[in-house]
Design a protein around this ligand. Structure first.
Ligand SMILES: [Zn+2]
Length: 443
């Protein structure tokens, strides 16, 4: 692979980032914070203009929040974010390279964090640094906000992204657009799908349970608490939430119609007109199914600890992903109507989903213009619903719109996030840096 000087520089910088083992942990006392300091040293070395021109607030254990005052415009501030932490290595024996070696092998930078999400951290920092070095100054207020606990929910402290959000809130700042990880560019035949996340489903956990006096298994009578609970599970699973179209899912399907093949193209182009066919498709396609309703998954269960003892308590955990339009309360009410006598339900954790950002919001319009410049007519911008969560949900309360998009073009050489042998092609870096440069200039 022939890399230009510029591409070599990006690759070398990302290699250094990967060599910092910034693994987060739910217990802050178990985190090796010196690895974050090492990463910050690399930032200071690589990005002198960011450090000299932007105001820096250090927030929490390792959060960095940079601010550059705009020269004056009526636009609300733009905030670029990324998290510095990575997930743990997992089974080290399955890795074919050192997860924190940052080696360049067969044209790929290898290691934990290359695709989640030090690649985004790199693209955002490189773009801002390059523009500042050229003398560019934004008319709008620009923030860079780098978290340190995205991959975990802290048990013994407040989450980093919550602290970073509070830091802005205390200054009375209201943001226009927040850009975070999530979407990217995906080749579909000879076209390119630019997936931009504008909402997230909310992960909520419920427990259903049944109690009984227990006793010896030789005298069960008419059945056990576990059997009663099983009836409740079957009843709930046989009543999935009805399918419906949110404004975002409608926009998503219509925008991605051009990228579909066969009958899907017509169905996606007019989902309301092909409602029956769409529902049929969703029965066979769990990804489409998840877009059309709140989903239910029973994932854990417990009852007696011994075969000859009747359970005095049987419980099952339900992982529910709540779609915009439903709430924790409405879901609980929905489940309650299917519970047989003797089964109770309780809300364990999770909150109502946040409203979706506008799929036609200003940031997306700018991104679309920039992507057309970069990739021509073959790119289609498709707003989508994230099924997982990112740190951006903390910022949502002080932001008009959130845009989940990395500017990266994916291909088969990538080694996936959170898995062993995570890696990214070195020639993929420039495309994202260029996207952010153009985006910042055009915003
Ligand atoms: Zn991530």
């Amino acid at each position: 692979m022939n890399l230009t000087k510029e591409e070599q520089k990006y690759a070398a910088h990302l290699q250094r980032f990967i060599q910092c083992a910034t693994v987060s942990n739910a217990n802050v006392d178990r985190v090796d914070w010196s690895q974050f300091e090492k990463l910050h040293e690399a930032f200071r070395e690589f990005y002198p203009h960011i450090f000299s021109l932007m105001e820096l607030d250090e927030v929490g254990q390792a959060g960095l929040q940079f601010h550059l005052k705009g020269s004056g415009s009526d636009k609300k501030p733009l905030l670029l974010m990324a998290h510095q932490d990575v997930v743990e290595v997992g089974d080290g024996r399955q890795w074919t390279f050192d997860p924190f070696g940052g080696e360049l092998i067969d044209g790929c930078i290898c290691g934990r964090g290359t695709t989640d999400c030090k690649h985004l951290l790199l693209a955002e920092m490189e773009a801002v640094e390059a523009l500042l070095a050229e003398g560019w100054r934004p008319s709008y207020d620009l923030y860079l906000s780098l978290g340190y606990s995205e991959e975990v929910y802290l048990e013994n402290d407040v989450d980093g992204a919550e602290k970073l959000t509070r830091n802005l809130e205390q200054k009375g700042i209201r943001l226009g657009t927040v850009v975070d990880e999530g979407g990217g560019l995906f080749p579909v035949g000879d076209k390119l799908e630019a997936k931009i996340g504008v909402a997230e489903k909310s992960p909520v956990n419920f427990e259903i349970y049944a109690n009984s006096p227990g006793g010896h298994s030789s005298r069960p009578g008419k059945g056990t608490a576990l059997g009663t609970l099983a009836k409740a599970i079957v009843a709930i699973e046989s009543h999935p939430f009805p399918y419906r179209l949110t404004p975002l899912t409608l926009a998503h399907l219509q925008k991605s119609a051009r990228l579909q093949e066969g009958s899907r193209r017509a169905i996606y182009a007019d989902p309301e007109g092909h409602w029956k066919e769409l529902c049929q498709l969703a029965q066979e396609d769990p990804a489409l199914d998840a877009l059309l309703h709140t989903t239910i998954a029973f994932t854990m269960a417990e009852a007696s600890k011994q075969p000859n003892v009747l359970p005095s308590h049987a419980a099952a955990q339900m992982s529910v992903r709540v779609l915009q339009g439903d709430t924790v309360e409405s879901c609980e009410g929905y489940f309650r109507q299917f519970l047989p006598e003797g089964v109770e339900i309780r809300h364990v954790s999770g909150k109502d989903p946040l409203p979706a950002s506008d799929p036609q919001g200003y940031g997306i319009q700018v991104a679309e213009k920039v992507l057309k410049e970069q990739y021509g007519d073959k790119v289609d911008v498709v707003p989508f619903l994230m099924l997982g969560g990112t740190d951006s949900h903390y910022y949502k309360r002080i932001a008009d719109n959130v845009m989940l998009f990395s500017g990266y073009r994916r291909d088969e050489r990538w080694g996936a996030a959170h898995q062993v042998n995570e890696k990214i092609p070195a020639d993929a870096l420039k495309g994202s840096v260029d996207f952010f440069k153009k985006f910042l200039r055009s915003y």
